[in-house]
Design a protein around this ligand. Structure first.
Ligand code: PMP
Length: 313
């Protein structure tokens, strides 16, 4: 089949069983491999849904300027859509996110405004949000999708990611876990899974140094895309029964194992998610099925600790 444009080829990513990272007595762990999604991350889904919903509602026209504060992948997704649909796109992001993210946004032809992160990601994302709001006040052509508040973000996962997982697994899913950036994934996928099986156990994943949902302090961490230091409005806080904190070291080590043991090239938050999925698999045990998400590709982390020289290890 010929896709009319690249966006038509988005979604429908593979659901893959882990083989060498799980133990014999563990539940099976299935991972949704979003690294191979168009745009290299799960956020192409949400960018598309937010823009298509706004188009349908008549909130976007050919002179619209899309402006979004984001810690990275959402910006790449919006820049990709801006390229295909011809919208001018401006992405406001913290300077603490990887350089690759900024370059990818620019490579799609979008503009980047960088705001300095003084060691508190929550504060910096707040400043990015304020800068976007100011631009919208000053220019009526500016449209801010506001991924932290936009219900279309959740719908992308409820109707897209969530239903895909149910269809692909073809059996009961006993457990699901993932980290929270905007909360769109855990809310949308979680609600879809619960509808299919009300007994699915759902755990939230938080970086140890941005554990705002479990009452921790927010400082710095490297699990980009999760732990933005705020409680997003679209997050359904009743969807998960447990919150598990993951250190940067464990996230990195698990992401490295995903590449080295399973051949899955994915980002640091994928490591966070799988670290928790492996705990869940131990708890639920053999015969059960646990699902988690690998939100993006490792290839946007070359400049980070994920790729530090390890002498071939
Ligand atoms: N991991 C990465 C790499 C991301 O870019 C995002 C999106 N912020 C997430 C995880 C979390 O997804 P969500 O915004 O749906 O909570």
């Amino acid at each position: 089949m010929i896709a009319d444009n690249v966006l038509e080829a988005a979604g429908n990513t593979p659901l893959i069983r882990l083989n060498r990272m799980t133990g014999k007595e563990d539940a099976e762990v299935l991972v949704k491999f979003e690294a191979v999604n168009i745009g290299g991350s799960i956020k192409t889904r949400t960018a598309m849904k937010m823009i298509e919903t706004a188009e349908k509602a008549g909130r976007i026209h050919k002179d619209t300027i899309i402006v979004e504060p984001t810690s990275g992948n959402q910006g790449i997704g919006l820049a990709l859509i801006g390229a295909v649909k011809g919208y001018r796109t401006i992405i406001i992001m913290p300077d603490s996110v990887s350089e690759e993210r900024r370059k990818l946004v620019q490579h799609y032809g979008a503009e980047v405004r960088v705001i300095h992160d003084e060691g508190n990601i929550g504060e910096c994302i707040g400043k990015c949000l304020k800068a976007a709001e100011k631009m919208a006040e000053e220019n009526p052509h500016v449209f801010v999708p506001q991924q932290f508040e936009n219900p279309a973000n959740v719908m992308a996962h409820r109707e897209g990611t969530g239903l895909e997982i149910i269809r692909q697994a073809g059996k009961r899913i006993d457990g699901f876990c993932c980290g929270i950036g905007t909360g769109g994934t855990i809310t949308g996928v979680g609600e879809a899974l619960r509808e299919a099986n009300p007994r699915t156990e759902i755990w939230a994943v938080e970086p140890e140094h941005a554990a705002i949902l479990s009452g921790g302090e927010v400082t710095g961490h490297i699990q980009m895309g999760i732990g933005d230091g705020l409680i997003p409005r679209i997050l359904n806080q009743h969807i998960y029964s447990d919150i598990v904190r993951i250190s940067d070291e464990e996230a990195l080590e698990t992401a490295r194992q995903l590449a080295g043991k399973e051949g899955l090239m994915c980002g640091i938050s994928s490591g966070s998610n799988v670290a928790v999925a492996l705990r869940m698999a131990k708890k639920l045990g053999k015969g059960k099925t646990v699902v988690t998400i690998l939100p993006d590709t490792a290839e946007r982390y070359f400049s980070t600790q994920l790729f530090e020289d390890r002498n071939g290890l």
